[in-house]
Design a protein around this ligand. Structure first.
Ligand SMILES: N[C@@H](CCC(=O)N[C@@H](CS)C(=O)NCC(=O)O)C(=O)O
Length: 309
């Protein structure tokens, strides 16, 4: 059943991570292209305020953050696995790539030559709107300078290349893992920067591996309008089953907010309907989308009782 609806846009690295995992798993999906900057009324109708890209919709269940979406895809299609038991640290390495490596790549690509290639020689007003949007999105972060990014990126690229010189074909040997996709999306972004992709050139094992990961492709998708996705949520009957486990500091039915702790920290308010070691789920009602369950990973998110919010 083609009920996986990915909300994303072409230039989004974290979306590329998910598109490639969909490709690896041979899943069919529906593609909703969302705006790259605010306002995003249809996104907010579904998520309740979370504005990062991508997120996955299944009926009236909304899965935020690519780490959680990757787990959902693993449940949907366990083979080939991206969490092989032989590489238990792969999710932690993926988290390093999603945070540390990713921001080095962003700072590197955002130099003028990279921006021109990424946005295909954009008009100045478009660049200005993008810069204003991202300034508030990342307002609580210290901006990396180009000098910082260059030095740190070169160190990371050399280590990744040395790791792959051990034999590959994947980062941790014979089994592909979530870490391959998290490292690949950051380097995919560098490749989209045209001339600035030269920084990858000295690392032959790494670039051959990147070709291999990107050759996986995106699986089969069909387009869907964002308004139709909102209507699908409103028409859905029921939600994925969830429970609130005891001993984790919260109770079912409590009014809470959930927010990312790094950047793009807009809180989403609702009633707690699911909580475990790895996931938190809140229920909220939207005028257009109806009763929606919004799922977040536990790592990287803060839950607050409404009285603390
Ligand atoms: N931790 C998030 C990070 C997502 C993220 O930073 N996405 C970028 C685009 S790749 C974003 O949201 N940019 C702002 C936007 O799209 O509005 C995840 O893994 O999904």
């Amino acid at each position: 059943m083609n009920d996986l609806i990915l909300h994303h846009y072409p230039n989004s690295p974290f979306s590329e991570k998910i598109r490639l995992i969909l490709g690896l798993k041979g899943l069919a999906w529906r593609s909703v292209i969302i705006p790259a900057i605010m306002p995003k009324p249809d996104v907010v109708a579904l998520t309740g305020g979370y504005r990062k890209t991508p997120f996955m919709q299944v009926g009236a269940d909304i899965y935020c953050d690519s780490a959680l979406v990757a787990r959902l895809l693993e449940q949907r299609q366990p083979a080939p696995t991206i969490y092989p038991p032989a590489v238990p640290l792969a999710p932690q390495v993926a988290q390093w790539a999603d945070s540390v490596l990713f921001w080095c790549a962003v700072a590197w690509v955002m130099q003028p030559a990279g921006m021109a290639a990424l946005f295909d020689n954009p008009p100045p007003e478009m660049l200005k709107a993008f810069a204003v949007d991202r300034a508030s999105f990342t307002g609580n972060m210290r901006r990396m300078t180009l000098a910082d990014a260059t030095a740190q990126l070169n160190t990371h690229l050399a280590a990744l290349n040395a790791q792959l010189q051990q034999g590959g074909p994947w980062l941790f040997g014979p089994a592909v893992t979530i870490a391959d996709f998290s490292v690949a999306h950051a380097l995919w972004f560098i490749r989209r920067g045209g001339p600035v992709a030269q920084i990858l050139a000295p690392h032959a094992a790494l670039t051959a591996w990147l070709d291999r990961v990107l050759a996986i492709g995106h699986g089969r998708s069909e387009d869907l309008a964002s308004g139709d996705a909102v209507a699908i949520a409103a028409a859905a009957s029921g939600h994925a089953p969830t429970t609130v486990l005891p001993g984790l500091g919260f109770e079912a039915g409590q009014a809470v907010t959930v927010a990312a702790t790094d950047y793009g920290s807009d809180p989403v308010a609702g009633t707690l309907v699911g909580l475990g070691q790895d996931e938190v789920v809140i229920e909220r009602r939207d005028e257009r989308a109806g009763i929606v369950h919004v799922h977040f990973p536990r790592i990287g998110f803060q839950i607050k009782k409404e009285s603390q919010a």
